[in-house]
Design a protein around this ligand. Sequence first.
Ligand code: HEM
Length: 458
Amino acid sequence: MTGHATAVRTIPTVGSWPVLGCLPDLIRRKESFWADAHREHGDIFHLDLGVTGLVAVSHPRHAQHVLIENARNYVDKGGPTGFRATLLPLTGQGLSTIDVEDGHWRSRRDLVGPAFRQGALKSMTDHMAQLVDAHTAAWPAAPDGAGTGLDVVPHVTTAVTTALAELLYGAPITGHEIRRVSRAFDQIMNYMWVGMLASVVPSWLPFPGRRRQRQAIGVIEDVVLGVVARRDRSRAAHAPELLDILSAAERELDAEGLRDEAVSLLLGAEPLAISVSWALHLLARHPEVQQAAFTEVDGVLAGRCPRFEDLSALPYVRMVLKEALRLCPPTYWVQRRAARDDVIDGVAVPAGTNVVVLIHRIHAHPGIWEAPERFDPQRFAPERSASRHRQAWIPFGSGRRGCVAREFSMTLGHLILTEALQRYEFAPHPQRTPALTVAANLRPRSGVWLAARRRAAG
Ligand code: HEM
């Protein structure tokens, strides 16, 4: 399995079209493409993408190898290809897209990392809870009866983005700005696969969608720089560590570096908002789980706003969030490029190969998860998790480049779910039931519509 092992088998290839490989199939079938490829070819296969190719790996022990044990061979995030090709013009040298783990990455991680650590969280959670409280209270829902149709995505996005802007930049962000960023980000993610083709065409040549892509990037930049300009350092009392990121960045980085970091961090709102929206959708479809969550929330809080200390007494709600992140991980793969020849599970991986760790396939692996398609938060109960492979659940990635805001995201998501459950009861919308998707285009096009009605105590 390791780099010292010998290659013993050939790798199956997925891809049927000349020049384009499997891209047409991938764009057309999205979800089923990956599940079928995994079922047909096993845990490791080669993806022919026409202009480029990838080795896709789908077992927790592969994640262990690529992201942890042999991580030094996989420090390169894949150059100007893959997800990175789509995000690079947007986040540039921001922490999430810095390519090679050199001193440059280390100093950025040292700049950003400490502000998100557990200790720092304690000081900001109560303020976060108040912000979330104000937002969830205003969701439009029927006082009684069958419930009002509610697309939870924009509401959750507003709660998450407002909290993030307030805590990171000490600045308010308007609903209009949030909608502009969301639409632009949507546009960028929809361009992802085409962007991979475009990455081999010189940037000065016209390419379908390229102009709109540039416009979308301009919109995000415009909004983020506008918010940062409104920064009010006097609000630092609530989250001094997070606000310090930007102040330190101002001292250490040029204007471009500051912009890249500010954009890179605010975009973290998207995956979090989508995860929480899917969690609400899953609760709506599983009334018994929702009931168990009501019992926990009501027993601990009895209607009051949660505090940092309360979260440890609300483990079931956290398990709901973890299970939603398992079933629909918003970052559905992470990409690396092999620096030297390697062998993964008996398959030769030559230097220069792009390797993608398929998070969503690992999360649905039938050899690891019992009935993987079933929504079952109890699978994260300590007694059922103890013997599970440590890389079986990796929505935040793993190893040194794992998500810098993992605990922050879990805390904010936990708070939003708790507040929503205190106030509302959710049921599937009678006419609009979205198909649960691995977030191939992060934001579900048709939204996540639910029937929501106010709870008596809410
Ligand atoms: C549910 C929410 C989130 C998910 C599922 C998520 C997922 C991920 C994943 C999978 C990675 C690793 C990428 C790789 O290995 O190539 C990552 C890295 C990162 N995330 Fe998140 N993320 C979330 C929220 C956030 C938030 C809220 C922020 C910012 C406030 C953020 C900032 C970052 C940064 C800066 C990195 C790069 C870290 C490094 O390379 O050193 N993420 N995230």
